[in-house]
Design a protein around this ligand. Structure first.
Ligand code: ZN
Length: 488
């Protein structure tokens, strides 16, 4: 699917569209509609169960607004920059590295303003809109500032990433949670970035949702319990040393790449999440190692989680796995004066952090891109049954009083157990088509047999499966059990 086609589908079906659309939309800001909001919530729920609660970790919630000090300590105030370059004639602004990449001029991910200026000059790059000369590229801080108080004198920022909130709460939570390492704190929440020229739908947004898990561990050792033999799992990986994609098991990565066991283990865990819980085909996911100047200096190991997303032109980052050392807690120790080192069996240690970071909006876009398909006349979004916005739809076959009454009462009864959509508008074929596009796994249809006099068929309804289009007739009494088992 092309990008405009995907956006068109997302709007038409009810997933997402630009914010303030009636005013012409706003760059990098999106609203989620009734299908998208529930899909997003369900994705977050699946993420939370899989990565956080199943591993004995904990969910917290941090303030979206932060005072200036922690973001000075974390380095965001000075280093959370992109390089911007503007046209001297038409005042169009570009993110310099993105502009060069689009022109197929290779620059590294962390290139400085100076390096980018050289690349622009030596390649004779001009404004892509009007052909005008480009001004000198400059560092541009991406944080969104807020000014609070009656004189707006209390300077702060909207948080640029959720992670800072877990670092800021580490010390209190460590003491509350019985002073044990490893300890995992997760946040699902908003982050804000004043992106220079946000584009590509949900790829670069000015307000985005992150799902992040920071695991604090003893730098002296972290015993991994691999009773599920996750380390035998093969994942697609592109090591920085070779730049070549290979399928390697966790154990092979430990042996051949010298990767710490806990790191390989979590990479395999992420891979399994996408294959099993999200139903992403194996060849569509890979882990790309960043090295040298590309990765932040405090990351000891950094792999992007990438998915092959056609509408974004190939493999794109949807998350990351970062071994961050003790940079974060050390910085906040310095900045706040609160010593965040902890006592582990008589040793004083500054915990290290393993960060599992996911862009929720990018993941939603990926699911639509990868799981939407056209099968002859019909188009269908084959979402995993457990995260589909609606689990079932109840559809009266025709506008017949008896059928409608029966179907509405059935919908009322099932609503308490299942997320359900009731629809009586349009032909039955059209309604099935809309539910296929919404990704609804099961359609339950009430027809003349349901309300008829034949005792063999009275009180029976049909269940239609989204993927096979197969229809079964079931007794109303057995319906909740039949639905539950079909959804498993
Ligand atoms: Zn221009």
């Amino acid at each position: 699917m092309e990008i405009d086609e995907l956006l068109g589908f997302a709007k038409r079906a009810g997933f997402f569209w630009p914010a303030a659309e009636v005013y012409g939309g706003a760059s990098g800001l999106f609203d989620y509609g009734h299908l998208g909001a529930t899909l997003k919530r369900n994705f977050e729920g699946a993420w939370l169960r899989y990565f956080v609660t199943a591993n004995g970790y904990h969910l917290i919630e941090g303030s979206n607004m932060l005072p200036e000090k922690p973001l000075i300590a974390s380095g965001h105030a000075s280093r959370f920059n992109d390089v911007v370059v503007g046209c001297s004639k038409c005042k169009t602004y570009y993110r310099a590295d993105v502009l060069l990449n689009e022109l197929k001029i290779k620059v590294s991910e962390g290139a400085s303003a100076k390096e980018l200026e050289e690349a622009i000059r030596s390649n004779g790059v001009k404004c892509q809109k009007c052909g005008g000369a480009l001004m000198e590229p400059k560092d541009f801080n991406l944080m969104v500032d807020v000014a609070l108080g009656p004189e707006k004198h209390e300077k702060g920022y909207l948080r640029p990433e959720t992670a800072q909130s877990t670092y800021l709460n580490f010390f209190r939570e460590f003491n509350l949670l019985r002073k044990k390492l490893p300890m995992g704190l997760a946040i699902i929440g908003r982050a804000y970035r004043n992106e220079i020229s946000p584009r590509q739908g949900l790829y670069r947004m000015r307000e985005l949702t992150q799902a992040e898990l920071q695991i604090f561990f003893d730098p002296g050792g972290w015993e991994i319990d691999d009773r599920e033999r996750l380390l035998d799992r093969k994942v697609n990986v592109v090591p920085y040393s070779s730049h070549e994609q290979r399928a390697m098991s966790g154990n092979e990565m430990i042996k051949e790449l010298g990767m710490p066991k806990f790191y390989a283990f979590h990479m395999c865990m992420i891979d399994r999440f996408y294959m099993e819980a999200m139903r992403i085909p194996k060849e569509k996911l890979r882990f790309m190692e960043l090295g040298g100047d590309e990765k932040a200096f405090y990351n000891k190991l950094h792999f992007d989680i990438q998915a092959d997303i056609q509408s974004w032109g190939g493999f794109k980052e949807i998350g990351g796995l970062h071994y961050r050392g003790d940079h974060d807690l050390s910085s906040h120790t310095k900045g706040s004066g609160q010593d965040m080192s902890v006592d582990v069996n008589g040793r004083k240690v500054m915990p290290n952090v393993l960060e599992l970071s996911f862009g929720v909006d990018r993941n939603i876009w990926m699911l639509v891109d990868l799981l939407y398909s056209k099968e002859g006349e019909r188009s269908v979004l084959k979402l995993p049954y457990r995260i589909a916005p609606y689990s079932i739809a109840v559809l009266p076959l025709q506008k017949d009083d008896k059928i409608i009454e029966y179907a509405s009462s059935l919908a009322r009864e099932l609503r308490s157990s299942f997320n359900l959509f009731y629809d009586e508008s349009g032909s039955i074929g059209r309604r099935y088509a809309r539910m296929d596009e919404a990704g609804t796994p099961l359609c339950i249809t009430v027809d003349f047999e349901t309300v008829g006099d034949n005792p063999a068929e009275r009180d029976t309804v049909t269940i239609r499966d989204r993927d096979t289009k197969k229809q079964d007739r079931v007794k109303r009494a057995g319906l909740p059990a039949a639905i539950a088992s079909a959804l498993e």
